[in-house]
Design a protein around this ligand. Structure first.
Ligand code: NAD
Length: 489
């Protein structure tokens, strides 16, 4: 296939080839062959002899590295224009990673013997390569000097697990202390813990595994600080952290408004059947049958947990003109006074509310707060909203309540077993979780994938607070000197 202009441009951006002149670049491009790969096909495998360079032309390629017990862990995704394996043109070592096509992929490939032949036949190639390499050596020397002058040590390296594109974008943008951020697409687990080696800080999220076994491995790898980039920490074994001497920090509040507004979005969507109306109109069906809702004005809302998020929800519902009942272990008299809210028992919330919304953390006392007994006490047709933690609701009991019509609507941003599915694209696979599958079949249930926090403001605050938490630890603050310490003892 003839060399194209984009390919020549791409080659020019590879540091080794930056000094090649136009005719030599064209010569090099002319030696490359186009190859196609099916989804799931390997372009190359970790451990095999490295004998080709790839330039991705179209599609996506996942990069896998061996984690714990040699299980392959996805660490990055290559996009069109990305280059892999350039050093294999010069020296044939072993591949350090497996490259696997995620989609149909087209790539330009140059193999080692072809490149060597070119190298031998054209002294201009050798001269240009030497010029590039000597420049890089000089730059490398300057960089090492810079790092040494900064007293570079592993405290500056932060391994960010379960990182999505939005995590990376906001953390990079807000990284004003210039940490060496390493984004790992995979969740923290026994299989991926080895990737934290050499770092004193790991940054984890709601569905990462931080049980005793993982925490032991983290400690063994030299980690000292677990920086949770979320408010909840029910997935962290705090007793094990205390035993191992690990410090845990979190982001106690990043935008209660984001979560509260999503909570109300679920209420209004369900009540006014926006999800069904939207689908109908797209199908050209403009009928209104089955879309009858109710006025929120004058209805009774039961808010369970009136902390930062519950308070924001209460304020919005007060604006709607709802009658407000609340339950909290620590009532807030000022809030009650200001909004005309009445603190009552949980049983009264269940018996009187038209809408029940959950805003307590998940702790042993709140697990399955909504169970078969609680549902039996509720008004027929009640709306239940959960944007807090999945296990506040016994899903089996919820399904039974929905089937017999006792529960009229359910809006769920969280689900007991969400860690298997939420945040990931499973659209080309079969859903094996029967409870989740059943939930998604009801026309009066809306499930969102733990997205209540997902606003620009919240993501900015999460990145800022997490990086500041790390900074505090790095400058030597310990224990209660850390603003957002999670007490482990
Ligand atoms: P918060 O700590 O400000 O408020 C929690 C409230 O629950 C407090 O008023 C506390 O007194 C009350 N509470 C605690 N234990 C209780 C118990 N056993 N019985 C009754 N009340 C109890 O927390 P917040 O910022 O309002 O967040 C609430 C929850 O929302 C978090 O724990 C987290 O699980 C969840 N959350 C979800 C998302 C999302 O994206 N879906 C985002 C952030 C937080």
């Amino acid at each position: 296939m003839p060399a194209n202009v984009q390919l020549i441009d791409r080659l020019r951006q590879i540091p080794y080839f930056s000094h090649l002149d136009e005719p030599t670049l064209r010569l090099l491009a002319g030696k490359m062959v186009s190859a196609e790969y099916e989804p799931s096909q390997d372009l190359c495998r970790e451990g095999e002899r490295a004998d080709r360079m790839f330039i991705l032309e179209s599609g996506e390629v996942a990069v896998f590295r061996p984690g714990k017990a040699d299980v392959l862990v996805e660490i990055a995704v290559l996009q069109p224009g990305d280059v892999a394996g350039a050093t294999s043109l010069f020296s044939q070592g072993r591949r350090s990673a497996t490259l696997r096509a995620r989609t149909p992929v087209r790539a330009w490939v140059l193999d080692h013997p072809t490149f060597q032949e070119l190298f031998d036949q054209h002294p201009s190639v050798a001269r240009a390569l030497l010029a590039s390499l000597s420049q890089q050596l000089a730059q490398g020397g300057a960089m090492v000097a810079h790092l040494l002058s900064q007293d570079f040590d592993p405290r500056y390296r932060v391994v960010v697990y379960d990182a999505k594109s939005y995590t990376e974008a906001f953390f990079r943008e807000r990284n004003r202390h210039d940490y060496l951020l390493q984004f790992i697409g995979a969740r923290l687990s026994l299989e991926t813990v080895a990737l934290a080696a050499g770092s004193k800080v790991v940054c984890a999220f709601v569905n990462d595994t931080l049980d005793e076994a993982v925490l032991k491995e983290l400690r063994g790898a030299g980690v000292e600080l677990v920086a949770m980039r979320c408010a909840g920490y029910n997935n962290v074994d705090l007793a094990a952290c205390a035993r191992l001497g690990l410090t845990v920090v979190r982001v106690p509040a990043y935008s209660p408004h984001a979560v509260a507004e999503h909570t109300v979005a679920l209420m209004l969507t369900l009540n006014r059947r926006v999800h069904r109306a939207h689908n109908r109109v797209r199908e050209g069906n403009f009928s209104l049958d089955g879309l009858v809702g109710f006025d929120f004005y004058g209805k009774t809302a039961g808010i369970v947990g009136t902390g930062k998020i519950g308070r924001c929800v209460t304020e919005i519902l007060a604006g709607f003109g709802c009658r407000l009942l609340a339950y909290d272990r620590y009532p807030d008299p000022a809030l009650a006074e200001r909004l005309g809210l009445r603190y009552v028992t949980l049983d009264e919330i269940f018996a009187e509310s038209d809408v029940i919304t959950l805003h307590t953390p998940l702790v042993p006392e709140t697990k399955h707060l909504i169970n078969a007994d609680a549902i039996a006490k509720m008004k027929s047709g009640v709306m239940i909203i959960n944007t807090s933690r999945g296990a506040l609701i016994d899903t089996q009991a919820l399904l039974a309540g929905l089937k017999r019509g006792q529960i009229g609507h359910a809006g769920l941003d969280v689900y007991e077993e969400e860690s298997d599915y939420f945040f990931e694209d499973y659209s080309d696979r079969v859903m094996t979780d029967d409870l989740l599958a059943r939930l998604t079949t009801f026309n009066n249930v809306v499930v969102t994938s733990h997205q209540a926090f997902l606003t620009r403001e919240a993501l900015t605050n999460i990145a800022d607070t997490t990086l500041e938490n790390i900074r505090e630890y790095q400058v030597g603050r310990r224990g209660s000197q850390l603003t957002n310490l999670v007490r482990v003892g």
